[in-house]
Structure formats: C-alpha cells, structure tokens
Design a protein around this ligand. Sequence first.
Ligand code: ZN
Length: 166
Amino acid sequence: MATYPIRTFGDPVLRMEAKPVIDIDSTVRSLVRDMIETMYNAPGLGLAANQIGIPRRVAVFDAQDELGPRVMINPEIVERSGEWEYEEGCLSVPNRYWPILRPAFARVKALDLDGNEVELAGDGIVGRLIQHEVDHLDGYLLIDRLPKRVRKTALKELRDEALGLE
Ligand code: ZN
C-alpha cells in the first residue's frame, strides 16, 4: 500500500472529466487500496482518483458509519432530492469551508471491486459525499456549487493564496 500526494486547487487534473474504468483488474484494486489509505492518512472523508492525479472514474468515501470505506467505480447519480446546506470542505482546497446547498439525498449506481453493479444511497453525510466525489470525477470542485457572487470572491482568494498574496 502507498499514499499519494493530494493535488490541490490550480492543478489541471482536478478539472478533467475522468474516464470510465473498463477492466477492474489488479491495477484498479491496488489503486483503490492506495486511495483508501491516502484518504485516511489525509485525513478526509472522501477521495476521487483525479485528486491523486489519476483521471479515472474511481472514488472512495467513509461516512464514519458502521459500513467503513466504500468504493464507487464508474458511479452515476440516478436520483437526487431535497435540499440541505452543509459546511463543506475538500482535501484539494485545504482548510477552507463554505456552506454549500445541494440536494439532501442522492442515489448512485456504480460497480464494486468485483465488477458487480451496486447502488449506494443516503441523505446527510452519505448523500453529500456521493455528490461531492462524483463532482470531482466530472471535473467540478465544491466552489462551483457556490452562489455566483460568493464563488467569485472565493476564487479570487484562492488565486491570491496560490500566488502568495495572502
Ligand atoms: Zn473534494
């Protein structure tokens, strides 16, 4: 097992639409193990493969419930409902939190490590993690879910920070 450095805001890989996994082979299984280790080591509640520089549709999360780490390969959100504002953070935008409004409930279809189609669903943290990680795989970051004006200010702050102006 190994941990990877986590790519942060400004890295173009975070803006790439990740490509589907064709074969769930030993490379994918070892990627998932490393992603879980990287997520716990960070520590964080979720991680998408492009956050470690691999633009493939693989994500892991741990909602800190009895189910432990969960894997989504080629996830596709099939249902969302409700609304919930939650103070959200991201390992790729470290030490920043914004109240972000998203649907409260999400259901996703994905493949597990054996290639079986599975459904993961939930509200609260589970629904939030599903949507946050699938966003990563589509090249979106949490700031993209902010209202326009707040997003503009947040982007300016992040760019200034990247330039060492803050
Ligand atoms: Zn994130």
